[in-house]
Design a protein. Sequence first.
Length: 185
Amino acid sequence: MPKRCSWCGTDPLYVAYHDEEWGVPEYDARALWELLSLESFQSGLSWITILRKREAFRAGFAGFDPAAVARFGEPEVQALLTDAGIVRHRGKIAATIDGARAFLQLEESYPGGFPGFVWETVGGRPRVNRPGTSAGVPAVTPEAEILSKRLKKAGFRFVGPTIVYAFMQAAGLVDDHVADCFKAT
């Protein structure tokens, strides 16, 4: 059995996420927005909770189609608030809708769209860290603080530096696989 980062434990869903997604550079605009949105919902919860609800989130948020979500109004918000398959938090739901609108503005106006906006923070290439243990992985970095401020200025909410750093890890802007993890390259 290969060695992995200790945070993923043995849950098959978590192991698959670690092995196939976490730390893999993502450049697709819609996929990046989905990750940022899910990380925002994760605030105060464990990531495995969000992974277990990811398909329900995708169903509730129109496959994370930003154009569709940007058109959501009170009827869609009410439907989401009654959907037991997702995290039912009015503020996070509203923030996701606002995030769709901010995303669309960046896609239209920023060179390279949303991917260009987020990847610019790390100079367009993943930052590779090789901590000896999971305890050596930071919760926040200066780059996460910068991207958090830029996202807030662009109209996103629930994007504090800790959430943003988790997003950066998930989207492969940073690679924090521990040194003895088989994913460490």
